[in-house]
Design a protein around this ligand. Structure first.
Ligand code: ME8
Length: 657
């Protein structure tokens, strides 16, 4: 039987680092949907990745004296490890620096150029020579460069443009003919009133000054500029325009692009226009979800400082409460399509009320009672009474209700349905009082029936929870000797066989002392902030001057301070496969240094080594660890690194000239 294809995407993330729980929202929702559709037996392709080109990355890398890829790679590693911590089951992680993506983007540009949808014109803007950056009038600060505060000059730059204006009427028609295309409905009004009604402007899609992008095949002086490159990932990941486009044929048009509301315009206006120009169908749906807020504002990287004592770091949250609890909060707490407030207290209250009390108690009581009264073997179900039938009915109706909610993409409602059955089962325990039945030998059959009902409800709820709570659901299924890999084949009451082994479970969600935990979190956040303040880089320095290429003078060379240092301690950087964190003694001073040599040296090998360092580089944070210098290495043609050390024994702190 042919399995229905289901193609779901998240936006591709900017490799900005400093990840917060808001970043996890889009991807965790998509993961729950992808898992749900897999369990329905569909053939799911779930795409996520990183959006790596552009001026910002080019500049930041330059300021740090590294290549854009050297700057980005550790951040991409971090993001991937965050998804693995949160059990995100993507089919492909695409990077816009992947070769197949670049080749596809070049073919898309070529096609649009040949069809006349891309044409050459002029872009005018304000140019800052030292920063090599072009700004719009609105971006200027008091008429000066917003980055370095220096004078800018009005310049015209030759650019290519995409004929977006041509497509406005067709996009309006797309909305009219397909009410499902853009959801929730309010976003349609935003797009129509704020953009489409007034007509669209053609879009600048190339630059000559920003070179960290995809080179245009028909004009080598030009590089892709933002959205065509980024949006095309949804096609390039499927092999569109490549020698093997079988995935594209199978999965396009996408079922769902899930995006945050701030990027709906790009996905619901620019993207369908590009697809129309390519002669392709638009995606079936774009959903613009709301934001996680803190104190009423969007939780974002730049707002981190304003956050008082809220812990927003996904690594720390997962470490403290487990991935299921973090996933559960994101999927349950925020009314779908709207914004929702994030606080540690709300997270802890959810964990205690729903996971520890309701679900945890139901499962542990059921397993414990089967253990005590039937030596851990599931008894056969006797004749059902009215109270049992009501519970059976609730359990039997659950799949359809959850499916209905998930068809509307509404994970909070889906979880609400599951937890309503969990609550009913807890109430059933109170009503049937199995602890009393256990004391009366004549009620043994009744006890068996009650415990069978509870076990079945635990099993059905665990199956339904699999897309959401990836770990706890499997633990529950295993404790009832069920196959944790099953889909939704057996979600009606009565599938559990009497005689199955039932194992006692330790508490899957231990109850948290909220007051104590909040105090600990506050202390942790305060300590982190104090540490960050101490490590903060000096006031933003003027960006590196655009130096003449080629030869440098002896004065230029003298600007680089090189010294010998001794590594006195070394460890792996937790969030990266490539980085080591060394503590280096340089004369009387001790510095924290991060270097990308984990593939070639173990931390043990590094300790005691005399190394050569650049000591006057601007400090940076790599994977969250401060680096106050760069250890020098030789690199062969295969990229293998070898440390530079003085040929004779030299004391630490010796100058290099
Ligand atoms: O926009 N609450 O990438 P990005 C909810 N590269 N979601 C949030 C959030 C918050 N506080 N903060 C961020 C980009 N997000 C582009 C996309 S696609 C072709 C290019 C979500 O790293 C945000 O809404 O800024 C978006 O869905 C995702 O994180 C990535 O955002």
């Amino acid at each position: 039987m042919k399995r229905e294809p289901y193609y779901i995407t998240t936006p591709i993330y900017y490799p900005s680092g400093n990840w917060h729980i808001g970043h996890c929202y889009t991807t965790v929702i998509c993961d729950a949907l992808a898992r749900f559709h897999r369990m329905l037996g569909e053939d799911v392709f779930f795409l996520t990745g990183t959006d790596e080109h552009g001026q910002k990355v080019e500049k930041e890398a330059k300021e740090r004296g590294v290549t854009p890829l050297q700057f980005i790679d550790p951040l991409v590693d971090e993001l991937k490890s965050m998804w693995s911590l949160l059990d995100v089951s993507y089919s492909r992680f695409i990077r816009t620096t992947d070769e197949d993506h670049i080749a596809c983007v070049q073919k898309i540009y070529q096609k649009l150029y040949e069809s006349g949808d891309i044409y050459k014109s002029e872009y005018s803007g304000y140019y800052c020579t030292p920063c090599e950056s072009m700004w719009t009038e609105a971006q200027l600060k008091d008429g000066k460069c917003p980055d370095c505060g220096r004078e800018v000059t009005l310049q015209k730059e030759e650019s290519y443009f995409f004929r977006l204006s041509k497509y406005a009427p067709r996009i309006l028609k797309l909305y009219e003919d397909n009410p499902e295309f853009l959801q929730p409905k309010s976003r349609v009004n935003e797009m129509v009133n704020n953009f489409l009604k007034a007509g669209l402007q053609d879009l600048c899609v190339s630059r000559t000054t920003v070179k960290w992008g995809v080179q245009l095949p028909f004009d080598k002086n030009h590089y892709s500029y933002v959205w065509i490159d980024a949006l095309s990932n949804y096609l390039s990941a499927l092999g569109y325009l490549s020698s093997d486009d079988s995935l594209f044929k199978k999965y396009w048009p996408a079922n769902l692009h899930m995006v945050g509301k701030e990027i709906v315009r790009f996905h619901a206006v620019i993207w369908p226009a590009i697809l129309m120009a390519l002669g392709l169908e638009p995606p079936k749906q774009v959903y613009g979800h709301g934001w996680l807020l803190i104190g009423g504002d969007k939780l974002s990287k730049s707002k981190q400082d304003a956050i008082k004592y809220e812990l927003t770091d996904p690594y720390e949250l997962v470490k403290r409460y487990g991935s299921d609890a973090v996933r559960y909060f994101l999927l349950r707490e925020i009314p779908f399509g709207s914004d929702g407030e994030y606080t540690n207290e709300r997270l802890l209250l959810r964990i205690n009320a729903d996971l520890a009390n309701d679900l945890g108690n139901l499962v542990s009581r059921t397993c414990a009672m089967i253990g005590q009264s039937f030596s851990g073997t599931l008894p056969a179900c006797g004749k059902s009474e009215e109270v049992d039938l009501a519970l059976e009915e609730a359990a039997n109706g659950l799949f359809e209700k959850v499916k209905g909610a998930m068809d509307r993409l509404n994970a909070p409602d889906a979880l609400g349905e599951i937890f309503s059955v969990v609550s009913k089962a807890n109430k059933y325990i109170d009503e049937t009082a199995p602890w009393l039945l256990a004391k009366d030998e004549s009620k043994r059959d009744r006890l068996a029936t009650v415990l069978y009902h509870l076990a079945e409800v635990c099993r059905i709820c665990a199956v339904m929870l699999k897309p959401f709570l990836t770990k706890a659901s499997c633990l529950i299924l295993r404790s009832f000797s069920c196959d944790e890999n099953e889909g939704f084949e057996h979600v009606s009451f009565g599938a559990l066989k009497a005689g199955a082994k039932v194992e006692k479970l330790p508490p899957i969600f231990p109850r948290i002392d909220v007051k104590k935990e909040l105090a600990e979190v506050e202390k942790l956040v305060k300590e982190r902030k104090a540490k960050e303040k101490k490590q903060a880089t000096p006031a933003k320095q003027a960006p590196a001057q655009a130096e003449a290429k080629g030869e440098i003078s002896i004065d230029d060379f003298a600007k680089i301070e090189l010294k010998v240092g001794t590594v006195i301690a070394c460890e792996k950087v937790a969030k990266s496969e490539k980085l080591l964190h060394e503590t280096v003694k340089i004369g009387d001073e001790t510095r924290s240094v991060v270097s990308g040599i984990a593939k070639y040296y173990t931390p043990e090998e590094m300790v005691g080594k005399n190394v050569v360092l650049v000591t006057n580089l601007k400090p940076v944070k790599l994977c969250g660890v401060l680096s106050e210098g760069m250890i020098l290495c030789a690199e062969d043609e295969n990229g293998v690194l070898s440390l530079l050390t003085p040929e004779k024994e030299m004391g630490s702190g010796a100058n290099i000239r």
